[in-house]
Design a protein around this ligand. Sequence first.
Ligand code: HEC
Length: 155
Amino acid sequence: MTRVTPSVAALALVALGGMVATTSRAETNGIRFPEGFERGVHYGTVTRGNIVEELYANRETVEAVKAGRPIPSGAVLTLVDFRDGRLFRYVVMEKRTGWGSGRSDANRTGEWEFQWFTPEKTVKSGEDLARCQSCHNSQAKNDFVWSFDRLKNAN
Ligand code: HEC
């Protein structure tokens, strides 16, 4: 019987982790549905035609931005997207120390990852999350957050 030594197993895990992290059509990542997000800070509403977006952040993120500090690890931003008055989806960004380190520069948004959740709070399958990153990349000066000024002005 083949004995796998712990160090070999650990190496295999590291290699696997690297492969998953560099897949451009990653459908799953470390982000889980942010249960309880609505108990954080509701920092804005964006209305565009039939679309209404409600923006939520955890309290630590709002305090850091207001104080001019970097957004901390553990930050979660949740955008609840309504179309014609009905819940359409949740899009979520989450920042964690070390996330994104397996990505090439072109496909990296600092330590943020992105995810799209259905109204049933499950990961939307087949979504190309690289598109989220490429659009948010243009906000690199504000740590990839489009609504940075709204966070700064949140209560
Ligand atoms: C074409 C550009 C574009 C793409 C693609 C995009 N976003 Fe955004 N996102 C925005 C803009 C602009 C805002 C600010 C709110 C607004 O104006 O609608 C935003 C806001 C957000 C926010 C609130 C925090 C912030 O940055 O303001 C989250 C969370 C978010 N997007 C997640 C996602 C996820 C997840 C995806 C992919 C499934 C995605 N976005 C794809 C442009 C984009």
